[in-house]
Write a protein that binds this ligand. Structure first.
Ligand code: GLA
Length: 734
């Protein structure tokens, strides 16, 4: 009670004090090359978002924006907070909610100061300090702006100087506020082998949340990734749209709340579900990054901006190159030995790929990994399958002329394993309850530093023994059931830290790994795209979007992923899934990072010849696909076919991919496709590439057109049931 009185009198005092400065409003414009997010203090020294959108030519005029709004009864002043506290005057969904050391649950955040740091020519960081006037709790908001790419990376830090720990119940990364007539949200849902199904819905009054409580493999049902259109649904080339995503490889929650003024509040961060987090005095908690880009010129521009940012600033080796590979998973599953594998190395060489990737099934002795029910955790070569060990395979692959890579799933354990027998306390489970398995396995407790050492050790050991190891596929197939940490319990830490400390533990391992092995390419896999996000992609060069490699499905799946992730990051493999011809399967794999998962020796002579040519062709166009600008031209959800093109930055070369997605009578490209991204004044030759042996193109060879013609009148790639996939290459003609 005493503390409550103290709280209220201090609050009154502080309000009185701040009202003295009522006239001195602070306006903080956070500007990218094209856009602005503007914050301003109010008469009580609370901070509000007062503008979001295309930037004004006169920054001085931002201060006048709030005067144009007539939405200021009762609650209005606090809806627009850039970090909504809880327990005082704000009654809406908070960004932060804490219990103080004395048990009090109120928090008020007033503006203290801000600074802008110029990190380089293109990147600035605006840092805003907020403070509770009564309790010594501080929140600092960070807005890192990538000017040219129009991308904002936003996070916050929380610290306090109370006498004992405070408990954080909610601690979001970002809190944004938008005033528009309508809000159209596209979010994604799915499951194993059916990732990234878009759902578009107009947001109406109330809260819609995207969330995951799966722990690991958190994106299995829903990723923290969305498109948000303002006023009307944006198209590729028109409309206002924000692409947003959270960089966090664990439970997330993104709330979209249409408030009583029909404005939209967005709060994104770690999911507060079962994740109360104690914070020691003087310690700082840094939230994950929320990333967004806004465009008033449609989804195409927005996603190209995000791709540029991702390649330049985020994805490991984002502007580099990638290895084509042959993977044995679908060719052999768990059934292989040295002779079979060395035969596959030769096949890889015959195909022309750079690397052979050995998938699951190479380890476990007491419990051999001959299926997905045993051996996970026992990272020693299976002596029967591989009597001479990995070292021998690396050498044999090199002899055959390909590099060697390997699959691991280091965060997991089968109950049928020596690891489980030795370290049951390393496993996330509730010892009093029956174990519940996902793919016959359980998750190791990465909040435990010993487990972190173990996981790091698996990779370190592989690299130490095999310095020529050229690629890692890091898988993560299970979700967390029965979330409980023996380690947190034993060390008397809050058990509700598990979901969060797991992810921090994972990042610690990956930090150590990258400190020692900075550049080895690594594929991020989670039984498909169950984990891809922009924090994980700091450590990984690429990701596996789905175990579904049916090329028809892939056209849709890769289309949706392409809004958020550049082509250089998604591994698309030619496999035996689906009913499409080999050419179609290959052409689809070519619009990302191509690989193979087929039995090369089963290919007919023509199929082999075609595949060899395809690898060559891919190498000749991959620079454009990996580093170019993507234009999505014809949406497969709305048409008989899909069409998308990549244009290099110099606008001298382009590759256009077209795929028939309907088998209805007469389906195909009846009218020309309007290209994008070319220089209207330049001339381009258009030729069809990657033809199957013996096939002639329906397109006159090397016709020349202006960029203007190709973009304004358009060009017909002649897609029909006799030509279900068509790749065109454009080259500038001087
Ligand atoms: C997951 C991956 C597959 C393959 C298997 C191996 O399902 O997504 O690509 O590696 O595991 O068990």
């Amino acid at each position: 009670m005493k503390s409550l009185n103290r709280f209220f009198s201090a609050l009154l005092l502080s309000l009185a004090a701040t009202s003295l400065f009522a006239q001195q409003k602070v306006t903080i414009p956070i500007e990218t090359g094209r856009n602005a997010l503007v914050l301003q203090t109010d008469k009580n020294n609370r901070l509000n978002i007062v503008y979001f959108g295309r930037k004004l030519t006169q920054p001085g005029e931002y201060a006048s924006v709030p005067g144009q709004y007539r939405q200021d009864d009762g609650n209005a002043g606090i809806y627009a907070s850039p970090y909504t506290p809880s327990g005082t005057v704000s009654l809406s969904e908070p960004a932060i909610r804490v219990t103080h050391a004395d048990g009090n649950t109120s928090l008020e955040l007033l503006y203290q100061s801000h600074e802008v740091q110029q990190l380089n020519d293109n990147v600035t960081q605006t840092i805003i300090r907020l403070k509770d006037p009564v309790y010594p709790v501080e929140v600092t908001l960070f807005y890192k702006v990538y000017r040219k790419e129009n991308v904002v990376e936003q996070w916050s830090t929380i610290r306090h100087q109370e006498k004992a720990p405070i408990v954080m119940h909610k601690y979001a990364s970002a809190n944004l506020y938008f005033a528009a007539g309508q809000y159209h949200l596209t979010h994604y849902h799915g499951g194993w082998a059916r990732e990234m199904n878009p759902e578009t819905t107009q947001l109406k009054a109330g809260i819609l949340s995207l969330d995951s409580k799966l722990g690991t493999r958190a994106n299995l049902f829903q990723p923290p990734t969305f498109q948000l259109s303002f006023n009307k649904p944006a198209t590729e080339d028109e409309g206002e749209v924000l692409l947003g995503t959270l960089g966090w490889s664990g439970n997330f929650k993104i709330d979209f709340e249409v408030d009583s003024y029909d404005n939209l509040r967005l709060i994104a961060g770690i999911n507060p579900h079962a994740s109360e987090y104690p914070l020691e005095p003087g310690k700082e908690f840094k939230t994950p990054s929320f990333l967004f880009t806004y465009s008033d010129k449609g989804k195409g521009e927005a996603s190209r901006n995000l791709h540029d940012w991702a390649r330049k600033y985020r994805v490991l080796e984002g502007e580099g190159s990638r290895l084509t590979l042959l993977n044995n998973w679908e060719a052999t599953y768990f059934d292989f030995d040295e002779t079979k594998l060395t035969g596959l190395f030769a096949d890889g060489k015959k195909l022309g790929v750079d690397l052979f990737l050995l998938d699951d099934g190479w380890f476990g002795n007491k419990y051999p990994r001959n299926g997905d029910n045993a051996g996970l955790g026992d990272w020693k070569e299976n002596a029967k399958k591989l009597p001479h060990g990995i070292g021998y395979l690396v050498k044999e692959a090199q002899k055959a002329g390909v590099k060697f890579g390997i699959w691991v799933e280091p965060e997991m354990v089968n109950p049928k394993s020596e690891l489980y027998e030795k370290h049951p306390d390393w496993v996330i489970r509730q010892p009093e309850r029956p174990e519940h398995y996902f793919r016959n396995q359980l998750v190791l407790d990465l909040s435990n530093p010993q487990v972190q050492d173990f996981v790091f050790g698996i990779l370190d050991d592989l690299f130490t023994k095999n310095p020529d190891l050229a690629f890692i596929k890091w898988d993560c197939n299970a979700v967390i059931y029965n979330a409980q940490s023996e380690y947190l319990k034993k060390t008397k830490q809050a058990e509700s830290k598990l979901y969060v400390d797991y992810v921090f533990g994972l990042y610690k391992v990956l930090d150590r790994l990258r400190a020692k092995y900075p550049k080895v390419p690594m594929m991020l896999c989670s039984g498909g795209g169950g984990r891809v996000d922009y924090e994980a992609l700091k450590y990984f060069t690429e990701f596996w979007p789905s175990d579904n490699t049916d090329p028809l499905e892939r056209v849709f799946l890769q289309w949706e992923y392409s809004y958020f992730f550049p082509a250089i990051t998604h591994c698309d493999h030619v496999t035996d899934w689906g009913k499409q011809p080999l050419k179609f399967r290959t052409d689809v794999a070519m619009m990302g990072k191509m690989g193979y998962d087929i039995v090369v020796s089963h290919l007919s002579p023509d199929d082999l010849k075609f595949s060899q040519q395809s690898v060559e062709t891919y190498k000749s166009i991959s620079d454009v696909v990996w580093h170019g600008d993507l234009y999505r031209l014809v949406n497969p959800r709305e048409n008989d076919f899909a069409s998308l093109m990549f244009v290099n930055k110099q606008k001298t070369r382009s590759v256009v991919f077209n795929y028939l997605v309907s088998n209805r009578y007469g389906a195909g490209s009846k009218i020309p496709v309007k290209f994008g991204g070319l220089d209207p004044a330049r001339k381009y030759s258009v030729k069809e590439i990657n033809l199957y042996p013996g096939k002639r193109s329906a397109i006159a060879s090397e016709s020349v057109f202006t960029g203007d013609f190709l973009m304004t009148a358009g060009f017909n790639p002649v897609v029909n049931n006799g030509r279900t996939s068509v790749i065109l290459e454009l080259n500038e003609v001087k």
